[in-house]
Design a protein around this ligand. Structure first.
Ligand SMILES: *[C@@H]1O[C@H](CO)[C@@H](O)[C@H](O)[C@H]1NC(C)=O
Ligand SMILES: *[C@@H]1O[C@H](CO)[C@@H](O)[C@H](O)[C@H]1NC(C)=O
Ligand SMILES: *[C@@H]1O[C@H](CO)[C@@H](O)[C@H](O)[C@H]1NC(C)=O
Ligand SMILES: *[C@@H]1O[C@H](CO)[C@@H](O)[C@H](O)[C@H]1NC(C)=O
Ligand SMILES: *[C@@H]1O[C@H](CO)[C@@H](O)[C@H](O)[C@H]1NC(C)=O
Ligand SMILES: *[C@@H]1O[C@H](CO)[C@@H](O)[C@H](O)[C@H]1NC(C)=O
Length: 637
């Protein structure tokens, strides 16, 4: 059939019209994707395009093990986490971590609106779940340094090691003010003193997230670029004030005292642009914090102007009831009403999503509450640049365990050690620094050659683990001593010396270093009502120090009962949980650097004094808050 010229012209026009429509669709301007738009405009634009299911997906944080590409796409998952010790593979490299997160992110980007996930992890003393990462001293040791700029540098290094594995979000810092060392998380607290916690909080948040610009509006989240990470101030609020230090228990205080003792560090975090706040499992005067609208919404969000998002702790919605998960549907309602924005579900996402969708559809939870939650989550994601830069950067692999970070950790160790005793009464000479030129020395105790004990909980595994198998790089105290002393010095290591054998050889030793303390623990498993040095620590101290001039290193997450043994010791050093860089210990033992650490906590005499804190009316410590003998760098004796 021959076409008429008119028919051809019509066909051409049709083709042109189709082409034009397609071209227009391809270039359609999408406001939320435009980085030049103000963040609030981007948030509002994106929110206006979202279905209810997409919104609930943003509020859902699921465990890495569940986060297949199918699940992320089907549920529009907004966030994925590594629970403590949850890793893509044993001894996974930075590249394996990045590949895992890249696959998840690509699934999220494939969804209708292409909203990137935010991946979070407990990088609480370095990127501590990751094999070969630099493990920094736990927070109690950082409190002892009294060095805020060092803490900021640790934050920066931790951010780099997280980014090395493709992770842009850490559940840190813990800004708890631990008021009772019987609490299993006390080592995660910088101090019993609110002001010291405030100082360290400001600096850690700044290290992790970057410096907020001048005139940054209070409460608006801030993350300064693709080598920084979003932080999380936790656990809001009063986690460190529970009765008898029982984890997740009840904090009984007047509102005034809660605001005076436990709240101030949150204000510092908010001023420094903290991105997220995690709620505490604990209760305040009998009300679960996860249900506390007065503190979460009225105080944190409205009075303190926090504009980032509020996240639950792990399975905390389940744990509103005892036994857990009794009235889950109702618990979801209570927590969302209280002001929770993101729920760390982490496993049972189908039930959570179905329940929350239903409650919004039925009007039990208002849509504007959901919109507030999602706006906050999107605000953090836009602020971090996740929409522009969603994928891990392989150029950052080399940041994991980098030499510069290990040097910072070593500096932190030496500044964190607190010298509590240096020489017996009547001694002509102080015990420390030790001589590097001794002919023969003895090293003893369960913590002298044990990287796992040195690192404590939250190291590779949630509870940590004793032994030297935990991670690939690190220096034990024994190895550090061997590196420090003269080549001519014989170093004998006997973990548990036999008293009779030692009696025969004691004269050969110029001095002994005894390292004892606590095994690794985290959270509830670390609660302890007696705070004694675990056996055979006390016997090792008595046996060795009874026969050889000795310095005792106490490797522990908190002060322990030492009063009965102090007289045996020639010197005593609180080493806290120093992490992988044991040479920080030998640096000060041998006088290459002086001791400068100061107690971040009161050292009690007996547990029946507890709780006992700096400023209390009845204050009768063995060593007071702030105590610490300082020495000058002495060089070699
Ligand atoms: C506190 O601990 C006690 C003793 O274990 C327990 O009976 C109580 O239920 C706990 N309270 C809270 C609020 O968790
Ligand atoms: C999520 O993963 C956990 C641990 O692997 C598993 O027990 C659970 O069944 C998973 N949840 C779902 C909904 O598949
Ligand atoms: C170290 O780990 C290996 C396997 O990874 C295990 O076979 C070995 O028993 C462990 N050694 C110690 C001392 O725990
Ligand atoms: C850990 O570091 C050691 C020492 O550099 C190296 O031999 C090993 O391959 C590293 N392992 C991983 C999983 O990166
Ligand atoms: C080690 O001992 C040898 C022989 O007594 C001596 O020559 C050398 O200087 C000593 N080295 C050190 C580092 O003290
Ligand atoms: C002290 O308490 C811990 C933790 O509850 C326990 O494991 C240990 O056996 C107790 N020690 C003594 C000497 O009672």
């Amino acid at each position: 059939m021959a076409r008429s010229p008119a028919a051809t012209a019509v066909a051409c026009l049709l083709v042109a019209a189709v082409f034009l429509t397609t071209a227009a669709a391809g270039a359609e301007y999408v406001k939320y994707k435009d980085p030049k738009q103000p963040i609030n405009e981007r948030v509002q634009d994106l929110l206006s395009r979202m279905t209810l299911e997409e919104k609930i997906g943003q509020m859902s944080q699921i465990e890495r093990a569940n986060a297949t590409t199918e699940v992320i796409e089907k549920y529009f998952i907004g966030s994925v986490l590594s629970g403590g010790g949850s890793v893509p593979a044993e001894k996974a490299t930075a590249s394996v971590w990045q590949k895992m997160i890249t696959a998840m992110q690509k699934a999220a980007l494939k969804t209708r609106l292409g909203i990137p996930i935010i991946y979070g992890i407990d990088a609480v003393h370095g990127n501590n779940n990751v094999y070969n990462a630099t493990i920094f001293p736990h927070n109690i040791g950082l409190g002892a340094t009294r060095d805020p700029t060092l803490v900021k540098r640790i934050g920066e290094a931790t951010a780099h090691e997280a980014r090395a594995t493709g992770i842009p979000y850490t559940f840190a810092p813990c800004v708890a003010v631990c008021r009772d060392p019987r609490w299993g998380r006390c080592y995660e607290s910088y101090s019993e003193d609110t002001r010291l916690v405030q100082l360290m909080t400001s600096n850690m948040v700044t290290g992790l997230q970057g410096d907020v610009p001048a005139n940054h509006p209070k409460g608006v989240p801030f993350v300064g670029g693709s080598k920084k990470v979003a932080g999380c101030a936790k656990h809001f609020v009063g986690d460190g004030g529970t009765q008898r230090g029982i984890n997740e228990n009840n904090t009984v205080l007047s509102f005034h005292d809660l605001m005076r003792i436990h709240m101030p560090p949150y204000d510092n975090a908010v001023i420094k642009g903290i991105s997220t706040v995690m709620i505490s499992y604990s209760s305040f005067n009998g009300v679960k914090m996860h249900e506390n609208k007065n503190l979460i919404t009225d105080t944190l969000k409205n009075k303190m102007n926090f504009r980032g998002f509020v996240i639950t702790d792990w399975q905390a919605v389940d744990r509103i009831t005892n036994p857990p998960h009794q009235h889950y549907y109702h618990s979801i309602q209570e927590t969302i009403h209280a002001g929770i924005d993101m729920v760390m579900i982490p496993y049972d996402y189908p039930e959570f999503v179905a329940d929350l969708v239903k409650q919004v559809k039925q009007g039990q939870i208002r849509l504007d509450r959901v919109n507030d939650a999602v706006s906050r989550i999107l605000r953090v994601k836009f602020t971090m640049g996740l929409f522009e830069d969603p994928l891990p950067d392989p150029r950052l692999h080399k940041e994991l365990g980098a030499q510069e970070h290990r040097a910072i950790a070593r500096e932190a160790v030496r500044k964190s050690l607190v010298l509590l005793k240096n020489g017996k009464k009547g001694d002509k000479q102080a015990m420390l620094p030790l001589s590097k030129k001794a002919k023969k020395i003895l090293v003893a105790g369960s913590h002298a050659h044990d990287l796992g004990n040195q690192c404590g909980g939250w190291t590779i595994k949630r509870q940590g683990e004793s032994g030297n198998n935990l991670t690939g790089v690190g220096t034990t105290i024994l190895e550090a001593i061997k590196k420090a002393v003269s080549k001519n010095t014989t170093v004998d290591f006997v973990e548990r010396p036999d008293k009779d054998d030692l009696a025969k050889s004691a004269g050969d030793y110029e001095y002994a270093v005894v390292a004892v303390g606590e095994p690794p623990y985290a959270e509830t498993a670390g609660d302890n009502q007696n705070l004694t040095i675990p056996a055979p620590g006390p016997e090792v101290i008595k046996d060795v120090c009874g026969l050889v001039k000795c310095v005792v290193l106490l490797v522990s997450g908190r002060p322990l009962v030492v009063q009965p043994y102090v007289d045996y010791m020639d010197a005593l050093v609180a080493a806290w949980l120093p992490g992988t860089e044991g040479q920080g210990v030998s640096d000060v033992l041998f006088g290459d650097y002086g001791f400068t650490g100061k107690l971040p906590r009161t050292w009690f005499k007996t547990v029946d004094q507890l709780p006992m804190n700096y400023g209390d009316k009845r204050y009768d410590p063995l060593f007071p808050f702030g105590y610490g003998i300082t020495t000058k760098a002495a060089g070699h004796k």
